[in-house]
Ligand binder design. Structure first.
Ligand code: MG
Length: 257
């Protein structure tokens, strides 16, 4: 556990927010879902391409610029839900093989998308330990802030059996903005009925979760799984930096005692 910038001043925390993908949900399981989907596509459309190559193509199409912040264009103000990017990625993938999908193909892909994600998506095992510990304190608001579509989040949470464990779920689709834009954090804080300085955010994306949370004066816990050096010139803004979800509980115990 690396303590970076913690003020000794005691804060009464009222809410804890988690990111979902890569924080509570194992990113590798999402990769397995994509791999299975691409195998389905290869089989259905009789494509001759290694499945790993098709996954790479699909991933490069699905994660849009505004979502990944790889090359954000400040002039682009519109918001596209993940569902639209998924559909576009399917069309562009097939167009490389000179195939134009029919409406039946779209319905088939939607079903495959849900089926494979349901089949493969897994939570990190520490998720339940953390949630159970937080839920012992009924006055704490427990929320999710995620760059995802609302219906997908709802169906995935129900399938994982965790929907009722959270007081609020705030999605990018709901507020029409991806993290680190302020709107998504403001909406989550409004649901929790507290100010940013009374909340903790835990996430694996430095740019989205940590910088976004800091702008709202939240206390930030960065799960830097790949031990990536943030490439920003400013100093590290995370209050706490860890490398694994299992390191989060001792920090919460310290912050909330
Ligand atoms: Mg994440």
């Amino acid at each position: 556990m690396e303590k970076i910038n913690y003020s000794e001043e005691k804060t009464k925390f009222k809410a804890i927010f988690f990111d979902f993908g890569g924080t509570l949900m194992d990113t590798e399981s999402d990769n397995f879902a994509h791999l299975a989907m691409m195998k389905d596509i290869i089989h259905k459309f009789k494509l001759t391409i290694p499945v790993e190559d098709l996954v790479a193509k699909y991933n490069s199409l699905i994660f849009t610029k505004e979502m990944t912040l790889l090359d954000p264009d400040p002039l682009v103000q519109c918001f596209n839900p993940l569902r639209e990017s998924t559909k576009k990625a399917f069309i562009r993938l097939l167009s490389e093989f000179r195939i134009t999908p029919s409406s039946e193909d779209f319905s088939w892909f939607e079903k495959i998308y849900l089926k494979r994600h349901l089949e493969f998506i897994k939570l990190f095992p520490e998720t339940f330990t953390l949630i159970n510990w937080i839920r012992k304190n009924p006055s704490l608001h427990l929320g999710i802030i995620s760059d995802i579509d609302h219906d997908y989040m709802d169906f995935q949470f129900k399938a994982l059996g965790i929907r009722d464990l959270f007081d609020s779920i705030t999605t990018s689709e709901e507020v029409k903005a991806y993290k680190p834009k302020k709107q998504i954090f403001q909406t989550a804080l409004y649901k929790a009925g507290c100010k940013g300085k009374e909340a903790i955010i835990i996430g694996d994306s430095y740019t989205k979760d940590i910088q976004g949370g800091k702008k709202m004066l939240m206390t930030t816990i960065w799960i830097n799984k790949f031990q990536a050096k943030n490439n920003l010139e400013s100093k590290d803004e995370a209050d706490y930096t860890v490398h694994h979800l299992k390191e989060v509980l001792p920090i919460l115990q310290q912050l909330l005692k």
